[in-house]
Design a protein around this ligand. Structure first.
Ligand code: PMM
Length: 290
């Protein structure tokens, strides 16, 4: 039996107006020149907004706008450049009625995006990269995604060392929750994310997916970000001998979405929205009482 499948209820993603009975699908909108699978495609504002709207037509519940690549080895973008990439896109999507999340580690970018109408702050550093993040989020009423993180992209793979990856990630996330609540964030607004691929090798990622229940039992909704990541490419290579390109990993991603949704994830963050919406539907029907 696959751990979690058929047993765990979804703890809903706490964003007003979104569906509550199923895993949400967050569409990825990287307004960057260098993200690993879609870098440079949506750097122009109109192209970015058009892609965001297309993801909503394909079933995205939220669009996650990011202006800084976090692929392994990436160097940091300046704050003014991140603001310049992100804020106009957030504004335009919000004006079109889209629910927007901002993918940033910077408090000032989060504040500007909240001012432009974002209702979720997705912080891959879980508040560790910018000491002001807790205060900015506490002063608003947005949902906060705290991802497990051990350092910036240029150092993270040196830090991929664990005694027991599931238990270590769980306890480090718990420490982040305590710090974020101490900074004034309502615990009910905190979503947790195991941070697949961030200071984790392929074995770590699979162990975390098998162990989602241990993270879920911290009592927070869970977001899973597996989309097109290298550990999926590695699995396909082991099974077929060929390494799929990042853009060819959407079927692999959708398979993870089915299992993550069935295991109780509240949200998946994906590039290809339609296949993951279908996967969420399958997981929901599979689990509905007959
Ligand atoms: N992964 C990436 C960026 N942001 N946010 C969350 N919460 N979880 C993730 O796993 C995550 C993230 C890197 O992927 P991308 O370059 O395709 O956006």
């Amino acid at each position: 039996m696959v751990p979690g499948v058929g047993r765990t209820a979804v703890r809903p993603f706490p964003v007003p107006g979104t569906a509550t009975g199923r895993c949400l699908v967050m569409g990825i909108l990287n307004v960057t020149p260098d993200s690993f699978s879609d870098g440079a495609r949506y750097l122009a504002r109109d192209a970015a907004v058009g892609h965001g709207l297309a993801m909503v037509r394909n079933g995205a519940d939220l669009v996650d706008v990011g202006g800084e690549s976090t692929r392994p080895g990436a160097s940091r973008v300046s704050e003014p450049e991140e603001l310049r990439r992100v804020v106009p896109v957030v504004q335009a999507l919000v004006a079109s009625g889209v629910r927007v999340s901002v993918d940033t580690m910077r408090a000032r970018v989060a504040a500007a995006a909240i001012g432009a109408g974002a209702t979720v702050v997705n912080d891959v550093s879980g508040g560790l990269a910018d000491i002001e993040m807790g205060r900015v989020v506490a002063e608003s009423d947005v949902t906060y995604v705290a991802m497990h993180w051990r350092g910036h992209s240029d150092q993270m793979m040196e830090r991929a060392s664990y005694l027991n990856v599931v238990e270590d990630v769980r306890s480090e996330l718990l420490r982040r929750v305590d710090a974020l609540v101490a900074a004034g964030i309502d615990a009910g607004r905190i979503v947790l994310d195991p941070g697949l691929g961030f200071a984790k090798n392929a074995d770590h990622c699979w162990a975390l997916l098998r162990g989602l229940e241990r993270i879920l039992d911290l009592g927070h909704p869970l977001l899973v970000g597996a989309s097109r990541k290298a550990f999926l490419g590695r699995a396909a290579e082991q099974s077929s001998g060929a390494v799929p390109t990042a853009a060819d990993r959407d079927h692999l991603t959708a398979a993870v979405t089915t299992l993550a949704a069935a295991a109780g994830a509240a949200c998946v963050r994906v590039h290809d929205v339609r296949s993951s919406r279908d996967a969420v539907t399958v997981a929901g029907v599979w689990q509905s009482p007959s």
